[in-house]
Ligand binder design. Structure first.
Ligand SMILES: Cc1cc2nc3c(=O)[nH]c(=O)nc-3n(C[C@H](O)[C@H](O)[C@H](O)COP(=O)(O)OP(=O)(O)OC[C@H]3O[C@@H](n4cnc5c(N)ncnc54)[C@H](O)[C@@H]3O)c2cc1C
Length: 423
C-alpha cells in the first residue's frame, strides 16, 4: 500500500528504543481516551531494532535499579525533571505489561530474565502491532516540513513518497553504529527545523593508544584504576573502576564512562589528557612510603614481586620495562631516580591516546539538540509546535548501566502521551 500523502495523527521518525516506546505510549493513550489515532512509525533500516539486539552484549540492559541525574551528562536540572516522569518501578511494571520479566544483577543493572535482547525488541514491536501502529521499515525520512500558513501539521518526505501528520516525533538517535541506521541525519532534520545541535562526539567508546605502548602485551588483562580527564588544564572528570587492556588500547567500564570528556574536548579543539592512578586509593607519597617500608622489611624481594602485592604482576612487569627499571632489581637496591619514575608512572600515568575507536564502536553520542529547546514535560520543541524530540538525538548521554535506555523509554513516554493529548 502506498502511504503517499496519507494523513496521520502522529508520525514517529526512527524505530529505535525511543521511537518504539513513543509509538506504544501514543497508541495506548489514544486507546484510553477512546479517540482512534493513526500512528505511523518510519525507519530507514530494512529490519528495525539492530541496536537493541546488540545492546548489553546481546542481553539488553534495559535500565538500572537506581536512576538519578548524576548518571547522566547534560543539563541535569532538566534531566531530573524528565526522569521523574518514569521511575524505575514504573519501567519494570511497563515491561511486565509487555510480557517481559526483568531481573536485577549485582551491579544494579536490569536485564530480561531470558538474557536475550530479542525478547525486548519482540515485545515492543508486538505491542506496537497489537495497538495498530503502522510500522514502515526501509522508509528513510529525508525531510520534515511544517505545513505553511495557519494549518497545523507536517509533510514528512521519505524514501517512497510523502505523508502528512499532525504531530512528528523525531527519534532518529545519534551517530553511534551508523550501519544500524543512526548516522546523524536526524541532526540535519532538526537543524532544518530551526534547532541547534551542540558539538557531537563518540561516548562510551574505547580509546586507542600509541602503538609503541605496551598495551598489546597485556591484552585481556583487567585492573582497577582511578582515571582523571584533564581538558584545557582543568580536571573535568575523575572516576575509579575496572579498565581492560586490549590489542588496540584500553576499554572497560571506567574508560568507556570517562571517554566522553576526552572525545568532546578533542572535538572542540582543546588539549585533552587522560591520567591513570593504578593504586586508586593512594597518593604518590603514600605509595612511596609503602615502597620504602617494603625495602626495609623485605629488601631482597624483587621489584616485580613487591609490586605484585598491589597490582597484577604482568602489568608491574610491563610498567617497569616501560620506565626503564629492571623488574628483577631487589627493592632495596632501586636507585632513587628509578623509584620516582616508577611511582609517577604508577600514580600519574599519562595514557598516550591517539584517537577514540570511532562511531562504529561508540555506544552512544555525546552532544545533540540542547535540552533547553524542548519542554521537559512533553519533549515538545519550543521552536516548532507539534514537533517532539526524544532519545539520543538530544544533548544527554548516560553512563554505562542501562541509563541510556531509561532515557529513551522516558522521553518516549512523555512525547508519545503528549502528542496524543489533544485529539
Ligand atoms: C553496542 C551497544 C550496546 C549498548 N548497550 C546498551 C545497554 O545495554 N543499555 C543501555 O541503556 N544502552 C545501551 N546502548 C545505548 C542505547 O542503545 C542507545 O542509547 C539507544 O538505543 C538510543 O535509542 P534511540 O531510539 O534514541 O536511538 P537509536 O536506537 O539509534 O534509534 C534510532 C533509529 O532511527 C532510525 N533513523 C535514523 N535516521 C533516520 C531517518 N532519517 N529516517 C528514518 N529512520 C531513521 C535508525 O535506523 C534507528 O533505527 C548501547 C549502544 C550500543 C551501540
Amino acid at each position: 500500500m502506498s502511504i503517499h500523502d496519507d494523513v496521520h495523527d502522529v508520525a514517529v521518525v526512527g524505530a529505535g528504543a525511543a521511537g518504539l516506546a513513543a509509538s506504544i505510549f501514543a497508541a495506548e493513550a489514544a486507546t484510553r481516551d477512546g479517540h482512534a489515532r493513526r500512528i505511523v512509525l518510519l525507519d530507514g533500516a530494512k529490519t528495525i531494532g539492530a541496536k537493541i539486539l546488540v545492546s548489553g552484549g546481546g542481553r539488553c540492559n534495559v535500565t538500572h535499579q537506581v536512576v538519578s541525574p548524576i548518571d547522566f551528562f547534560g543539563n541535569r536540572r532538566i534531566i531530573k525533571n524528565v526522569l521523574a516522569a518514569f521511575p524505575v518501578e514504573d519501567t519494570i511494571q511497563w515491561f511486565a505489561s509487555l510480557g517481559v520479566e526483568l531481573k536485577r544483577e549485582e551491579t544494579g543493572k536490569l536485564f530480561p530474565v531470558t538474557d536475550k535482547a530479542r525478547t525486548i525488541l519482540t515485545s515492543l514491536v508486538n505491542r506496537c502491532r497489537a495497538l495498530g501502529v503502522i510500522i514502515h521499515s526501509h522508509h528513510r525520512v529525508t525531510g520534515v516540513d511544517p505545513l505553511p500558513g495557519p494549518q497545523t501539521g507536517f509533510v514528512v518526505h521519505h524514501a517512497h513518497g510523502t505523508l502528512r501528520s499532525r504531530k512528528v516525533i523525531l527519534a532518529t538517535g545519534g551517530r553511534s553504529i551508523p550501519k544500524s541506521g543512526s548516522d546523524g541525519f536526524g541532526y540535519t532534520l532538526a537543524r532544518r527545523l530551526g534547532h541547534h545541535v551542540t558539538a557531537t562526539a563518540p561516548a562510551l567508546v574505547p580509546l586507542m593508544l600509541d602503538d609503541r605502548m605496551f598495551h598489546k602485551t597485556l591484552s585481556g588483562l583487567s585492573q582497577e584504576v582511578e582515571l582523571t580527564v584533564v581538558v584545557k588544564g582543568h580536571v573535568l572528570d575523575r572516576r575509579t573502576g575496572s579498565m581492560l587492556w586490549t590489542h588496540f588500547g584500553v576499554s572497560g567500564p571506567v574508560i568507556m564512562d570517562a571517554s566522553r570528556f576526552w572525545t568532546l574536548g578533542r572535538e572542540q579543539g582543546e588539549t585533552a589528557e587522560v591520567y591513570g592512578n593504578f593504586l586508586p586509593s593512594q597518593t604518590q607519597e603514600e605509595a612511596k612510603s609503602w615502597l620504602m617500608k617494603q625495602a626495609t622489611d623485605n629488601p631482597r624481594r624483587s621489584l616485580l614481586k613487591t609490586w605484585a602485592q598491589q597490582i597484577p604482576e604482568r602489568f608491574a612487569e610491563a610498567l617497569c620495562s616501560h620506565v626503564g627499571c629492571d623488574p628483577r632489581t631487589a627493592v632495596a637496591q632501586l636507585p632513587r631516580k628509578d623509584r620516582d619514575r616508577l611511582l609517577t608512572a604508577l600514580t600519574k600515568f599519562r595514557f598516550p591516546i591517539i584517537q577514540d575507536r570511532g562511531w562504529n564502536y561508540a555506544e552512544v553520542t555525546a552532544g545533540g539538540v540542547p535540552l533547553e529547546e524542548t519542554s521537559f514535560r512533553t519533549m515538545e520543541s519550543k521552536l516548532v509546535p507539534g514537533l517532539y524530540l526524544i532519545g539520543e538525538i538530544l544533548d544527554c548521554d548516560g553512563r554505562i548501566g542501562g541509563f541510556n535506555f531509561q532515557w529513551a523509554w522516558t522521553t518516549g513516554l512523555l512525547a508519545g502521551r503528549a502528542a496524543t493529548a489533544t485529539p
